[in-house]
Design a binder for this molecule. Structure first.
Ligand SMILES: C[S@@+](CC[C@H](N)C(=O)[O-])C[C@H]1O[C@@H](n2cnc3c(N)ncnc32)[C@H](O)[C@@H]1O
Length: 301
């Protein structure tokens, strides 16, 4: 599948797919810029760092999408000045709209993570969420992250699929696919109409994800780029099984027919299970069993 695409083709597919996805990305993924989003993102950063985050003067986000991480971290007072990059101009357009609505000032830059058009040693924090698994050459990308960080600066990425977690997430997806017709009948929903953006764009989805990681592999990219104090942790297990079941079901139905009460149940349930994962499982189980991995590292100096 993805092995048949060249790195250039992977970048092109990611750009086209996310340009289309940008229009409905926030509603599809429940991206929140209120209290819930602010708490979710702050908690992820605190978990990844293993300590309460301080204030970062200048940050550079990679694959920032519609702004989930940077805009919420600015609202939390963790980031002061932000530059958001993404390979998809469409995503950056939605991000700029979100920033304007929230009264936040950010710079946006359409750029590939493997070739960042910014000066050496110019940022205190290089961050990203759910982006590393789309990047063809991670060794080059991590060298870029190290280059643009000032000495002592921090790299922080979260929301990267773990190889084992990705494999076990197929179980709820398959289960949900099998019961979807019964579920639609129960809630009175019609089958989903053709995907927004057309069948061609929906068919790109299978090509945009190119990696799932073992924790040690992720650490190795950071170490090979000369970064220190590398720490990889895992998050979300029950929340992901629940989330994937519901998202798979919802994807089969006409969104206009999915009742508000169901959406509330799916969203609130996910948030509750996230807390349960955090309080009960994440401290006790190894990173490798979780669905998502997070990595932090520091540029020496
Ligand atoms: C799954 S989305 C995550 C967006 C956002 N970080 C979030 O958490 O909502 C992945 C993002 O990475 C971007 N992306 C994919 N390949 C990239 C690359 N090679 N360089 C920079 N960004 C890339 C996509 O355009 C998309 O916006």
């Amino acid at each position: 599948m993805t092995q048949t695409l060249s790195p250039e083709e992977i970048r092109d597919v990611n750009t086209r797919y996310h340009d289309v996805a940008a229009r409905h990305y926030d509603s599809k993924w429940g991206i929140d810029f209120g209290d819930i989003g602010l708490q979710q993102v702050s908690a992820k950063v605190e978990k990844a760092l293993g300590a309460k985050p301080g204030r970062y003067h200048r940050s550079l986000e990679i694959g920032s999408g519609t702004g989930y991480f940077t805009l919420n971290l600015m609202r939390a007072g963790i980031i002061e000045q932000a530059t958001c990059t993404d390979i998809s101009p469409g995503m950056l357009g939605t991000l700029a709209d979100n920033a304007q609505r929230l009264g936040l000032q950010v710079d946006t830059l359409a750029a590939d993570a493997e070739s960042l058009p910014v000066e050496d040693e110019s940022f205190d924090l290089v961050l990203g969420h759910a982006v590393l698994h789309h990047i063809p050459d991670l060794a080059t990308a991590f060298s870029e992250f190290a280059r643009v960080l000032r000495p002592g600066g921090i790299v922080l990425f979260a929301g990267e699929p773990s190889r084992y977690g990705d494999r076990i997430a197929r179980v709820p997806k398959r289960f949900a696919g099998a019961i979807a017709p019964l579920w639609r009948q129960a809630i009175g929903a019609r089958p989903a109409p053709p995907a927004e953006g057309g069948a061609a764009d929906a068919s790109l989805e299978q090509f945009v994800d190119v990696h799932a990681f073992a924790p040690a592999e992720l650490s190795e990219f950071a170490r090979s780029a000369g970064l220190q104090d590398v720490k990889v942790s895992g998050e979300e297990l029950l929340a992901n099984w629940f989330g994937w079941t519901n998202r798979t079901l919802e994807a089969t139905a006409d969104p206009r027919d999915v009742p508000w009460a169901w959406r509330q149940y799916a969203y609130r349930g996910y948030v509750i299970l996230q807390q349960l994962d955090r309080r009960l499982l994440e401290r006790r189980l190894p990173a490798t069993v979780f669905y998502n991995l997070m990595i932090t590292a520091r540029r020496p100096g």
